[in-house]
Design a protein around this ligand. Sequence first.
Ligand code: SF4
Ligand code: SF4
Length: 123
Amino acid sequence: MAFVITDPCIGTKDAACVDVCPVDCIHPRKDEPEFEQATILYIHTEECIDCGACVPACPVAAIYDSPELTPASQKGLIEANSVYRAGDAAAVAQAEAMVKAHMAAHADLMSVAPAERAVAHAK
Ligand code: SF4
Ligand code: SF4
């Protein structure tokens, strides 16, 4: 079990969640070289302690409590969160490819403003 970052982060990526995470398991941080190129941020599956602090910090409701509670349209991003590893170029590329595939498959959600996407997930 771990929390999952989903597509409202695309186009937002303000790192507010990073600032409140007590175990530093959300990457890339702004001080990591991958930050500028990253499409979204990712939660490290094994390091997340399920504290929930990141959820209210996110201005666009991008973070779900578990893979099970992640809406169907966002399921492809669960694995992206789990494969991303800071500093591992292959893992970073793999996770980013999954996010790009999600964007291509969900043009409808991408056409919605980030702040409105979480509401659209439920439809
Ligand atoms: S639930 Fe807690 S430990 Fe997990 S990513 Fe969010 S703030 Fe970090
Ligand atoms: S707070 Fe939300 S939008 Fe900001 S970086 Fe974290 S998941 Fe992305």
